[in-house]
Design a protein around this ligand. Structure first.
Ligand code: SAH
Length: 677
């Protein structure tokens, strides 16, 4: 079956009807899935295996048959571990059909078909009884249903149901328990992902300070967790205000309640400062004794030698509704509220001398509703965008270039989503500005798509300065922001003949890199803890190759360190002073590899040339040393094109150069690329 999907092209802005086979969604799901990453997570796998062996032994020692329920079996890995450990029978539940099919094949290939029954259902649909999916309730419950926030994938309701209907009372659970830890910190860097900081503008008539409106200042923001690779956050970017504290834990061997609740702990800051952020992570104990522990603790909490790189579980950043000055030794209460799927935090100060009464008051005052953005800025700007708007260096580059191009009588048009450029330009003296906010008489917001712009929108004036950052919320890959070029083309008739366009041009840059870890997400696993999971590797490979031309993927590289193997190279340029040409823009060439290493892929990013001598990069900021360590723009995602032949170790000798062919199709806005090693 084929379906037609309507979508706006992120680069050209035009509405397109795309014909997609029904396989498309599923290939996307598999190709972008975290199954490969999980199979590479040695620490996780080893500990699950140990925990499962221990649970099977305990049941056998009691003289019982070991009947396992594995909810969310994926490849069937945990069931195969249980069967090898001596379990009598395993029910392996998997809701996602392609995975359930894969599990059947993998189980068969490893010779466990008589011990493992794969059931393609959601666990809440599973029936127990002589005619049911399961003959009887299980006495061992094995699951791996956790995300970075622990409960975001629905572990709690799944456990709640399983204890009611699918497992025996007093069953063994692997993992046995999960514990959530928190640490209170002050961090200008992370706080800048939630709050808009004042912007200082040096204008002709003195310094102007652009302050966010009070409804934005007081807005609690959005409830969703911010999950990041906290191990890439240097100690200099935050100050810990408290020790690491246990927030709550869940015992999976007992009935679990998923209904909304809260947990409260008392804290005493180890340092005075501004409480802004709660950093959080969890660990799981695979057995009741706590001897088999798998932890997501970041580097400053545990020795680096014990760090296992993984992308399927990271760490959480929670933003307090507002920053709170705290004093060393002062008594604080930190409250974690949760519903079935998410957690949010609140901080309160204990009042001197009236503890009992205050605690009663606190109990009554639990804010069970999760934060809701009232100012709408948190809906328009994501965390990275807040960080970008708060980047003083970047703002300074825009101010410098605006100053170069603006004249007293400039009539400006800004095309960018949620941009501060109009306000900056206003402070710098632009007479009239279209499309922005608040300064009603000076700045006019036009709610029209560029191609529908009419002279009346512009009060019949011609635009003398056209500006854009450019930034659009629909962009996923760096070059999607070339939409600015298409919009510029669409408004051509409204531009004065001597119009200034800022940025005047953009360029696409490329570099060959060796990743420290990111390559793992594309690397086949083969044998996992002694089990043959090649069927899964093949499936992922098929899905990645489903599209004829392979695609680049967006990744924020500040979280995924890599080493450059070549110099950065400019591969294409886009001239915004002209309209988008009819013909394709293409280039071919070769890059020399300067350092030894594995060419895992090419990284691509855009640079914008705002005015003479002023450029901003959305990718490489600096190459710091001889070893080729790179510093990336922390607010943007870069495009990564993986070289599968290198990752799959099909190439034996190290290449000395990489040849490339890159084509920008101006009709579709798509960039196709091909690399040869
Ligand atoms: N157990 C495997 C895979 C874990 S990924 C391993 O450890 O390697 C989690 C899997 O659980 C996903 O495939 C997802 O589709 C499935 N899943 C999540 N909740 C489920 C539920 N309630 N019932 C059935 N499958 C579920």
């Amino acid at each position: 079956m084929k379906t037609f999907c309507g979508r706006a092209n992120p680069t050209t802005g035009s509405m397109e009807w795309v014909e997609e086979g029904e396989d498309y969604d599923y290939h996307q799901e598999i190709a972008r899935s975290r199954y490969a990453d999980m199979l590479h997570d040695k620490d996780r796998n080893v500990k699950y295996y140990q925990g499962i062996c221990a649970a099977v032994s305990r049941v056998k020692e009691r003289g019982e048959k070991a009947i396992v329920l594995d909810i969310g079996t994926g490849t069937g890995l945990l069931s195969m571990m249980a069967a090898s450990a001596g379990a009598d029978f395993c029910y392996a539940i998997e809701v996602f059909k392609p995975m359930a099919n894969a599990a059947v094949k993998i189980v068969e290939r490893n010779g466990f078909s008589d011990k493992i029954k794969v059931i393609n259902k959601h666990s809440t649909e599973v029936t127990v009884g002589p005619d049911g999916d399961m003959q009887c309730r299980a006495n061992i419950l094995v699951t791996e249903l956790f995300d970075t926030e622990l409960i975001g994938e629905g572990a709690l309701p799944t456990y709640e149901h399983a204890h009611k209907y699918l497992v025996q009372e007093g069953c063994e659970a692997v993992p046995h328990r999960a514990t959530v830890y928190v640490q209170l910190v002050e961090s200008k860097r992370m706080w800048s992902w939630k709050k808009l900081f004042p912007v200082h503008v040096e204008a002709e008539d003195g310094e102007k300070i652009l302050v966010p409106p009070s409804e934005m200042e007081n807005c609690p923001g959005v409830p969703s967790v911010c999950d990041i690779q906290l191990n890439q956050m240097p100690l200099s970017d935050f100050t810990t205000l408290s020790d690491v504290v246990t927030m709550f834990s869940v015992d999976f061997s007992k009935p679990v309640q998923s209904a909304s609740t809260y947990y409260r702990v008392q804290l005493e800051p180890v340092k005075s400062g501004k409480a802004q952020i709660v950093l959080s992570w969890w660990d799981i104990d695979m057995d009741p004794s706590g001897m088999i522990n798998c932890t997501m603790a970041p580097y400053w909490v545990k020795p680096t030698s014990a760090l296992q790189w993984r992308d399927h579980w990271m760490q959480c950043v929670y933003f307090l509704p507002n920053e709170e000055p705290v004093l060393q030794g002062e008594k604080l209460y930190l409250t974690a509220c949760r519903d079935e799927y998410s957690v949010w935090y609140n901080l309160q100060k204990a009042r001197e001398g009236e503890n009992k009464a205050f605690e009663e008051e606190l109990k009554a005052d639990v804010r069970v509703e999760s934060p809701v953005c009232r100012c709408r800025a948190h809906l328009l700007w994501n965390r990275a965008r807040f960080g970008e708007l708060n980047d003083h260096n970047r703002t300074h580059q825009y101010i410098r270039s605006l100053r170069k191009v603006l004249k007293k009588d400039s009539v400006c048009l800004c095309i960018s989503d949620g941009s501060l450029l109009p306000v900056l330009a206003h402070y710098l003296g632009a007479k009239q500005f279209f499309k922005a906010n608040h300064l009603e008489d000076k700045i006019k917001i036009i709610e029209a798509r560029p191609e529908l712009l009419k002279p009346s929108h512009l009060e019949d004036k011609k635009i003398s300065v056209l500006v854009g950052e450019p930034f659009f919320t629909t962009s996923l890959l760096p070059w999607h922001n070339l939409y600015f070029w298409y919009a510029r083309t669409a408004v051509s008739t409204h531009l004065a003949s001597n119009v200034t366009v800022l940025p005047q041009s953009a360029s696409l840059h490329m570099m060959i890199v060796e990743f420290q870890d990111l390559w793992r997400i594309r690397s086949p696993c083969g044998i996992c803890e002694g089990f043959d999971v090649q069927t899964m590797d093949d499936m992922i490979k098929d899905s990645l190759n489903f599209r004829e031309s392979k695609e680049a993927e967006p990744h924020p590289l500040w979280e995924y360190p890599c080493k450059s193997l070549s110099d950065p190279q400019e591969v294409l340029t886009f001239d915004f002073t002209k309209t988008v040409p009819q013909h394709c823009l293409s280039t071919e060439g070769s890059v020399k590899l300067l350092r030894k290493g594995k060419s895992h892929g090419a990284v691509l990013w855009m640079e914008y040339h705002l005015a003479a001598d002023v450029s901003v990069s959305t990718g490489l900021i600096q190459m710091s040393n001889e070893k080729g360590n790179c510093e990336w723009n922390p607010h943007c995602k870069q495009a990564v094109y993986f070289f599968s032949s290198v990752i799959e170790s099909e190439i034996l000798s190290e290449p000395t150069a990489v040849t490339y062919a890159i084509n920008f199709d101006t009709k579709t806005g798509e960039i196709a690329m091909d690399f040869k090693l």
